[in-house]
Design a protein around this ligand. Sequence first.
Ligand SMILES: Nc1nc2c(ncn2[C@@H]2O[C@H](COP(=O)(O)OP(=O)(O)OP(=O)(O)O)[C@@H](O)[C@H]2O)c(=O)[nH]1
Ligand SMILES: [Mg+2]
Length: 203
Amino acid sequence: MTDDHYTARWRGCSFLTSVGRIEQLPGTGRELAFAGRSNAGKSSVLNSLCGQKALARTSATPGRTQLINLFTWDEDARLADLPGYGFAKAPQKVRQEWAYLVQSYFEQHQPLIGVVVIMDVRRPLTVLDRQMVAWARAGGLPVLCLLNKADKLSRGAGLSALAGVRREMAEQDAGIEAALYSAKTGANLDWLRGRLGDWLRGS
Ligand SMILES: Nc1nc2c(ncn2[C@@H]2O[C@H](COP(=O)(O)OP(=O)(O)OP(=O)(O)O)[C@@H](O)[C@H]2O)c(=O)[nH]1
Ligand SMILES: [Mg+2]
């Protein structure tokens, strides 16, 4: 990890494109994916990492567009913002499309180097969160479970939630990390920039 946590890289992130099919993604370079239940704070986490208020916009109608939004991190590396999941009203057809898109992306997209699964620390590891982790691990990808909204809990309760997630994930395999985060206060921001920057740089 560098002393500066790749801060200039993160702050220089810019929107690249949106795609609806994995064949439309660039086939070279390195790509880090961000997944999460709708409302867990995926857009807020991306915006805080990049130090920008509206880089990743919140979609007005969750579930309507199943697009992957790409951002440039440096000339070889990109961030991929996956469609949110878990909203109750999504029709069956949309959910099937989402499952197909994400599963084939995790299994087949060569540039993918890791997945950050963003969860609300008060409700971690929902059924679909577990599904995301399982698909990513089936694709051989390292996973970071990011327990966001840590500001909503006391320090003790946050640490206890973190320990629970770590314990359960460790039973599955060693390729899964977990950390607390708050997009609101920026708690753990430098650590997260450094950790993910190392992934993106391949170090
Ligand atoms: N207290 C607190 N609120 C947060 C945090 N992160 C996000 N939020 C709030 O949670 C709500 C959802 O955040 P978004 O970033 O839009 O969540 P999302 O996962 O991108 O949601 P969709 O794009 O609709 O799927 C917003 O009201 C945010 O302000 C956090 O760390 N702490
Ligand atoms: Mg969003």
